[in-house]
Design a protein around this ligand. Structure first.
Ligand SMILES: Nc1ncnc2c1ncn2[C@@H]1O[C@H](COP(=O)(O)OP(=O)(O)OP(=O)(O)O)[C@@H](O)[C@H]1O
Ligand SMILES: [Mg+2]
Length: 250
């Protein structure tokens, strides 16, 4: 569904992506793991066409994002739903407007129908209609995350991107979110890409795991393959060992 080919990206003199190659199979969940600053968020922004590479390309269902004009890019982006790092809700809008934001902006759907879509999507993520009129500030961190999920699925995306959905949540709420990622996967049959440095989450939700390190994918495999990998970089990352020799923090 998504093919990333030899992607390079630098900001000024800082080289962030240094030849990323990745294939994301349709209808399955791929987790991208890697340390802070390894370029995970930069990579996911290339996949959705918010950033463009210095060289290399990203193909979404065969279409090269760099070769598309503005209108076609909007069309391809609409196939995506994105759950941003830290939920990123609009604090001045009630929950239903947050969930229905894209529908209100882009479709001309009347507000009562948007409200109905929001109610349904909130139900899918385990929230009742009580939260529709509430403001984000009145919600707990876990509820805000779930509202972010409901917003990401409001437009029936084919591809769901999650940037660190469990960061900052307690272990039980993280498990709730991991189960939600899996249940949305089963319900919607979407292609999902999950960025995380939470290995519990990666093992739980992913069909495939790819590790990003210093701007390149250094290992890929199923959760079992990654768990038993002999690659020193992978071993050090998954065990959280800062003195194993291979992995350099920069
Ligand atoms: N727009 C930008 N301009 C300049 N530098 C940037 C920009 N976006 C990212 N970077 C740099 O690229 C590097 C990778 O950033 P990125 O946000 O992708 O890391 P990450 O792997 O998502 O980290 P984290 O796990 O902390 O979220 C960082 O050094 C960051 O400072
Ligand atoms: Mg990030």
């Amino acid at each position: 569904m998504i093919v990333v080919e030899d992607l390079y990206k630098s900001f000024g003199r800082k080289q962030v992506l240094e030849g990323v190659n990745l294939r994301v199979p349709k209808g399955e969940t791929t987790a991208i793991i890697g340390g802070s600053g390894s370029g995970k968020s930069v990579l996911i922004k290339h996949i959705i066409g918010l950033l463009f590479p210095d060289s290399g390309r990203v193909l979404v269902d065969g279409e090269d994002l760099c070769a598309l004009g503005a209108a076609d890019l909007v069309r391809v982006r609409r196939r995506f739903g994105m759950v941003f790092q830290g939920a990123a809700l609009f604090d001045s809008m009630p929950v239903w407007q947050n969930v229905g934001f894209a529908l209100l902006q882009h479709t001309g759907m009347p507000p009562d129908e948007v409200m109905e879509v929001a109610r349904e999507r909130l139900e899918w993520v385990g929230l009742s209609a009580d939260v529709l009129p509430r403001m984000p500030a009145e919600l707990s961190g876990g509820m805000r995350k779930r509202v972010g999920f409901a917003r990401a699925i409001a437009m029936d995306p084919e591809i769901l991107l999650y940037d660190e959905p469990t960061t900052g949540l307690d272990p039980v709420m993280s498990d709730v979110i991991n189960r939600l990622v899996r249940s949305l996967q089963e319900r919607l049959g979407v292609t999902s890409v999950l960025i995380t440095h939470d290995m519990v989450s990666a093992y739980h939700v992913a069909d495939h795991i790819a590790m990003l390190y210093q701007g390149r994918i250094v290992a890929t495999g199923t959760p079992d393959e990654i768990r038993s990998s002999q690659n020193q970089l992978v071993r050090q990352f998954i065990t959280g060992d800062s003195e194993g020799g291979a992995y350099q923090v920069r």
